[in-house]
Design a protein around this ligand. Structure first.
Ligand code: WT7
Length: 657
């Protein structure tokens, strides 16, 4: 808690660069400035209008757009629809059967282009196969797959049957998969022999086998991807090509209630037991479809869209499968890593498919920065017109690099803030409306209520920092934590119970014009001599130095200041390790950019940072290093060996003064 005269979170940095929307984008934008006023005047009417983007088998009751029994929401009560029909069949019926839905690119270079008509056949066959395996409406189906088209087909087959899916990212361990199978109570699992990663087949099925021991899984549908030998258990395991391929392409989709569960996606959070975030059908599809249309200014007849996330994360659910397919998008889906077989792979794909909209994460952008701008410069990226960012705050310098080196200075960047729990983008610029500020997610989208408040739940004035809250229910919001309403209430709705706000767990500030800047998770906030400093601002100051590609800072216990700032930095491709001198330069640079209070006590130059599989820096582990503790749990690290590298660097003890 902070005292009343002390800010909840200090506001240190300021950014003055401005980028108005390019005239040709503003002129043809899907959504204009009047959407904000329209939604302010009648929020529920606004969402009802967006829900008409979808095809409803039965319309919702006019008085039931939202039934709000805080904090439990129902949207579009009385309405019925089939999500898969909305993402596939209706486009075929409208005459777009020959339009490509997915240009899939395997890591080894094999490709498949799947039209909407083919997708309809594949989804129908997969739905029929799931029925044969005993899946009925309401049954949960577990999905553990790499980035192959069958992943999208499996999602949609489940949605078609009203059988909620629960996807576990292919990079997760057997333990992670087992705990989710148990929690969700799945009887059927869809997996594959393996997938390709960094030029090599990487097995999945053996992990799945280990995970299933002692669970209730009765049937396993296995996609052949790598062709490597895998054990198949008689009576339990069947091949996708044996069972799906022989099914009929006819399957009549049934309409389900708007609140019928669509999927459960686990998010790890800070405590041991992962939370099963429940999303339902009508509100979720309305908001993912509308935000994909509005935020990416997506035009189905001319755009080629690419979301480079993995299907195992919520970004893949909302912005590879449901939003884009509901909008009849043609999209690129890529199986592998950005450096296989070479570091220009992304740019090669953009050139090949003439991608117009690219959506990726700051961590990926900073990796590209580290590799150097001469790599993208070798490719024709002139098709690009909109760039998106998601997953963590994008530092202004990474934003500028993305804007110039990838977007050629002509593409608006939409910095989209949202969460697994929110289901869809809530805070973001609109590319044809917003004057962009590098590093800011800017304003809540039309129809969304968000604010930054202090400890007491009072909105902070412009220029102030505090906690990001959502002040109104939204259509794609999580409905609960699977099987645990109490935990849902405690986790998200108890911190600001009196105000009835959803607490997102993020720190944020409002600038002088009221635009929102995300400052990282509040758990990561550092307290230096009574100043509450966000990790994001110090990291951005470090990344704004030309030698730094990436930075992570943590607060470490300090006898004089309470906490001292310890920074870990990765240098850019062309920068050499400048030793002591560079450390001094960087400390002074931070002091100059955002003030002496934020000057790191210690700076370490490292080769890698510990990141989760979804690219978020695990500051908890860096705190362990900074405070010379034994490392905590490293099992969710993308690459557990990076901690050895970092530990070795620390022992050489080069940076303290
Ligand atoms: C957390 C949610 C949203 C899909 C991927 C991550 C951080 C996300 C931004 C952004 C600043 C962001 C927040 C949020 N975050 N987008 N544009 N600017 N921070 O989903 O794993 O549920 O993580 O990611 O801290 O709370 P997730």
């Amino acid at each position: 808690m902070t005292s009343p005269d002390q800010p909840t979170l200090d506001n240190l940095s300021s950014e003055t660069r401005r980028f108005p929307p390019p005239p040709e984008i503003a002129e043809h934008a899907n959504v204009r400035a009047d959407a904000y006023e329209q939604a302010d005047a009648d929020r529920l009417g606004f969402w009802a209008e967006q829900a008409r983007r979808l095809d409803w088998a039965q319309p919702w009751d006019d008085d039931k757009v939202l039934e709000w029994d805080p904090p439990f929401a129902k949207w579009f009560g009385g309405g019925k629809l089939n999500v898969a029909y909305n993402c596939v069949d209706r486009h075929v019926e409208a005459g777009y059967g020959d339009k490509v839905a997915i240009h899939w690119e395997g890591e080894p270079g094999d490709t498949r282009s799947i039209t909407y008509a083919q997708l309809q056949d594949e989804v129908s066959k997969a739905a029929n196969a799931l029925i044969e395996l005993g899946v009925r409406t309401g049954d949960r189906v577990m999905i553990y797959l790499p980035m192959i088209p069958e992943a999208a087909i499996a999602f949609l087959a489940c949605a078609r049957l009203g059988a909620p899916h629960s996807v576990v990212f292919g990079g997760f361990s057997a333990d992670a998969l087992r705990s989710r199978i148990d929690d969700v109570g799945a009887k059927v699992l869809i997996t594959s022999d393996g997938g390709y990663r960094r030029g090599k087949p990487s097995a999945l099925k053996p992990n799945a086998d280990e995970a299933m021991e002692g669970t209730a899984i009765e049937k396993v549908l296995v996609v052949r991807r790598t062709g490597e030998e895998v054990p198949m258990r008689d009576g339990r395991d069947v091949w996708w090509h044996d069972v799906v391929d022989r099914q009929s392409t006819e399957h009549t989709p049934e309409a389900f209630d708007a609140e019928h569960p669509l999927f459960i996606l686990y998010t790890s959070g800070t405590t041991a037991k992962p939370k099963g975030i429940l999303h339902t059908s009508g509100g979720y599809l309305t908001q993912t479809s509308w935000t994909h249309h509005a935020v990416f200014d997506h035009k189905p007849d001319s755009d080629v869209y690419w979301c480079a996330a993995d299907i195992g994360w919520v970004t893949g659910h909302s912005y590879i499968v449901y939003g884009p397919l509901a909008n009849r998008a043609t999209q690129v889906m890529y199986e592998g890593t950005p450096d296989t077989p070479h570091r220009g792979r992304f740019w090669e794909l953009i050139e090949k498919y003439r991608v117009t909209i690219l959506y990726t994460a700051p961590t990926t952008i900073r990796t590209f920065m580290k590799w150097g701008a001469d790599i993208p410069a070798e490719f024709d990226l002139s098709s690009l017109r909109i760039l998106g960012s998601v997953g963590e705050p994008i530092n202004p310098e990474a934003w500028m690099w993305y804007h110039e080196k990838i977007g050629g200075g002509r593409c608006p960047i939409v910095d989209t803030w949202w969460q697994t729990e929110t289901g869809a983008i809530l805070i973001s610029p609109l590319p044809g409306v917003t004057v962009l500020k590098p590093g800011s997610a800017q304003r809540p989208l039309p129809g969304v209520g968000a604010d930054v408040v202090d400890d007491a739940g009072k909105p902070v004035p412009n220029g102030g920092g505090g906690y990001l809250v959502l002040t109104e229910p939204w259509p794609a919001m999580l409905r609960t934590i699977w099987g645990d309403d109490e935990r849902y209430v405690d986790t998200y709705w108890s911190r600001f119970r009196d105000q009835g706000y959803y607490f997102a767990g993020d720190g944020a500030k409002k600038d002088e014009e009221g635009d929102i800047w995300l400052l990282g998770r509040v758990d990561d906030v550092m307290n230096v001599s009574g100043h509450r400093i966000s990790t994001t601002e110090v990291e951005s100051a470090l990344v704004s130095h030309p030698t730094v590609a990436e930075a992570a800072v943590v607060g470490a216990t300090d006898p004089t200041t309470g906490q001292g700032i310890v920074a870990f930095v990765i240098l850019r491709g062309d920068a050499t390790d400048g030793g002591e001198e560079l450390v001094v330069t960087l400390r002074n640079h931070v002091a100059k950019e955002i003030g002496p209070i934020a000057k790191p006590r210690q700076i370490m130059v490292v080769a890698e940072l510990p990141k989760t599989r979804s690219g978020k820096i695990m500051r908890r582990l860096l705190r362990d290093v900074a405070e010379n503790r034994d490392l905590g749990d490293v099992t969710t690290l993308a690459d557990p060996t990076v901690m050895n590298l970092i530990g070795a660097g620390l022992q050489s003890g080069k940076t303290e003064d």
